[in-house]
Design a binder for this molecule. Sequence first.
Ligand SMILES: [Mg+2]
Length: 360
Amino acid sequence: MIKVLQMQRLNIPFRVSFSHAARTRTATETVFVTTELEGGAVGRGEGCPRDYVTGENLDTAFRFFEKYKERLKAIRSVADLMDFAEAHRLEIDENPAAFCAIEMSLLDAFGQQGRKSVEELLGVSTHMRRFQYSAVIGITQGFEKMADEYIALGMKDFKIKLSGHFSEDLKNVGYLQKKVGDGFRLRVDANNLWCDVDEAVDYIARLQMPLLGVEEPLKSRNFSDLKEFSKKSKFRLILDESFKVKDDFDQVVGSDFWIINVRVSKMGGLIRSLRIVEKARKLSVPIIVGAQVGETSYLSKAGMIVANSCGASLLAQEGAFGTYLLEKDIVDNPLQFGKKGFLKYESLPDGYGMGLVFRK
Ligand SMILES: [Mg+2]
């Protein structure tokens, strides 16, 4: 039985501000849900509402939570949770980050109570692969300094946010290519910068750089333009803002242009993310497991569970920034990558529920 269920705002300042074409952020914009069961088990979960991605903000997340709080408190098991999710599918489509935080917190609590990991509760592999993360750099005055820090770690796989200021983007791309050297791999994220296909194609072509993919160059969900972009630019498209629910596979099928970016908060939680991964693997659609800027170890751990289920379809993984970006994390042993982008061994979570030790 759930004794207490509450949603709070989580506000942790960043060490440096992080910008992309759609937003600048200096602190977390996060909802955090705590579930306390009658037996004393406590679970926690995190979601990051983003208006330019899912149309959510902190207010809509709280409204969703308040509306369903009493019904959620009647959930006693993972099966109940799945029934709730099925019965409220359309509402969750509109409130994925809010539901993500709720679902994670319930799974964490049920895991603690039943002395099982969330992986065991969900029937996915508990044998963790070796996680290697991409370096992600936003639009920033301190680009070279930040790049140098990742290069010093030996990281070779980069994602950078495009600003739309060509000389600046060109300089940044050139800087990385020169400094990273052999093994350099790059993808760029435009966060829906362009309306016109040819303008986007021309911009990317002038960077004169082989790319793993181009993320969201055009208006979100304009699939015919996105296809045209891919044909003309010869680069694969990474769908992020344009891929939110399982039905979006209808747009993706029959094309080898696409890569999907699966972010647990955007997808509406772990269970939905795992189902999307399952379908992507069946359809041979490559997957990048993405992250939220400013996520804590809770969402990074959820991302690990998803990445662990991707098999050979996993192209890259983001997250585990830990205190590179946040002034502090909320767990002991924050999940953080180290040399070459590999998750630091000492931070590999091992325990019941989400396996994290919460610290206020
Ligand atoms: Mg993106």
